[in-house]
Design a protein around this ligand. Structure first.
Ligand SMILES: *Cc1c(COP(=O)(O)O)cnc(C)c1O
Length: 388
């Protein structure tokens, strides 16, 4: 065997030994409370479809209708001939929804984050990122070539310390998740807004897990904290989670969005989302805005779970969101727990390093507005029987 390949084999073997090997499971159903896996119907507690919109009949109907008009593929990038009326209308509606001048669609959240950071930051600049930021934010920071500093999770003192060296001729950028994706807690946005203002730095908030779920109308953590465009000039939301479709957007000022259109390489050099996805997302947005009950229901289910877990003596993390992790420590333990729950009919994913820090492997439970109280109780029963 060639040298290179035996090296790859050794790498895979090392991952297996360390319980870090990843593999896919093939499902035969739509996203929902139940997933069909290998002939079994499993109760699903690991999807990011928080509001239950991924398989909503109105969303599907809009998708089909637009596909009849526009076909499937968008044909090219937005800047060539792929920017349809549906894309444009969705951008305007998202901007309105977030109380921003404009919004710009990207094909994925990963690409939005890469595009925004690399477009605005370069070698002379300094980026500050929370240690627990999503991989796409970290990758964007590294790719930009700017000086890259990570601060302790949600530790404003630590960030202040790191920002002391920022020179007046340097552009700074503070980058954070809104709701942290693996812990479920919220960024201290009010303090970050102050720090950004004092240091004339950009503030970029990626609210992938708050968008649709938090705030009075679902506009996310920035709505909950009532932060406007001056305070949070770069707001990223993703559409594949609570919105149940696919893609992402960044919202901000006219100047920011025009700059991104000119400079963001992951915007310029890629095929636009299918127009039917944009059409489906416009219908999702209506459900997000009108169906307050989905957010209410989700909140009450989370509270029910927290109460039950507390009674059982399970230690949860300080999360008020639909993400409720149970930290178990080793990857082996997390895998074992996930396997046990699968046997019992529950799909709960084990999250291991490097997605989370060493020694903090966990079960990451997520809830949906479509869960019923009995589902929560069933899950609690299964967790009680878990021996790890
Ligand atoms: C999921 C996620 C992304 C990536 O979004 P995709 O549309 O799935 O590429 C970005 N940031 C955060 C915080 C996420 O959780």
């Amino acid at each position: 065997m060639p040298e290179k390949q035996s090296h790859l084999n050794a790498q895979l073997e090392t991952l297996k030994q360390a319980n870090l090997y990843r593999s896919r499971r093939v499902i035969d159903s739509a996203q929902g409370i139940y997933l069909q896996l290998e002939g079994r119907k499993l109760l699903n507690f690991c999807s990011n479809d928080y509001l239950g919109l991924a398989n909503h009949p109105d969303v599907i109907a809009s998708f089909k209708q637009a596909a009849n008009t526009y076909g499937v593929g968008s044909g090219s990038a937005h800047l060539v001939c792929g920017h349809s009326r549906e894309h444009h209308a969705l951008e305007e509606e998202l901007a309105d929804f977030c109380g921003r001048d404009r919004a710009l669609l990207f094909s994925t959240g990963y690409m939005a984050n890469l595009g925004v950071i690399t477009a605005l930051m370069g070698k002379k600049d300094v980026i500050y990122e929370d240690k627990l930021n999503h991989a796409s934010l970290l990758d964007g920071g590294l790719l930009s070539g700017a000086r890259f500093k990570r601060y302790l999770h949600n530790d404003i003192k630590n960030l202040q310390l790191k920002m002391q060296g920022l020179l007046t001729e340097q552009q700074g950028m503070i980058v954070t998740d809104g709701v942290f994706s693996m812990d479920g807690d919220f960024a201290d946005l009010k303090s970050l807004v102050e720090l950004a203002k004092d240091s004339h730095s950009y503030l970029m908030v990626d609210d992938a897990h708050g968008f649709g779920v938090l705030g009075k109308t679902g506009a996310g953590l920035v709505e909950q904290y009532q932060l406007n465009q001056q305070q949070v000039p770069l707001l990223v939301g993703t559409l594949g989670k609570a919105f149940g479709t696919s893609g992402a957007f960044v919202a901000g000022s006219e100047l920011m969005i025009e700059s991104l259109i000119q400079q963001a390489r992951s915007y310029i050099y890629t095929t636009a989302l299918p127009p039917a996805i944009a059409a489906a997302t416009r219908t999702s947005l209506q459900r997000v805005q009108q169906d307050n009950w989905r957010r209410e229901k989700l909140k009450s289910l989370v509270t029910r779970f927290q109460r039950g877990a507390k009674q059982m003596g399970l230690s949860l993390m300080p999360s008020e969101s639909a993400i409720q992790p149970i930290v178990l420590g080793s990857s082996a333990k997390a895998m074992q727990a996930s396997e046990y729950l699968l046997q019992q009919g529950f799909w709960v994913s084990a999250i291991r390093p490097p997605t989370v820090p060493q020694g903090s492997a966990r079960l990451r439970l997520t809830f949906s507005a479509l869960h019923q109280e009995q589902h929560i109780d069933q899950l609690l029963g299964a967790l009680e029987g878990m021996s790890v």
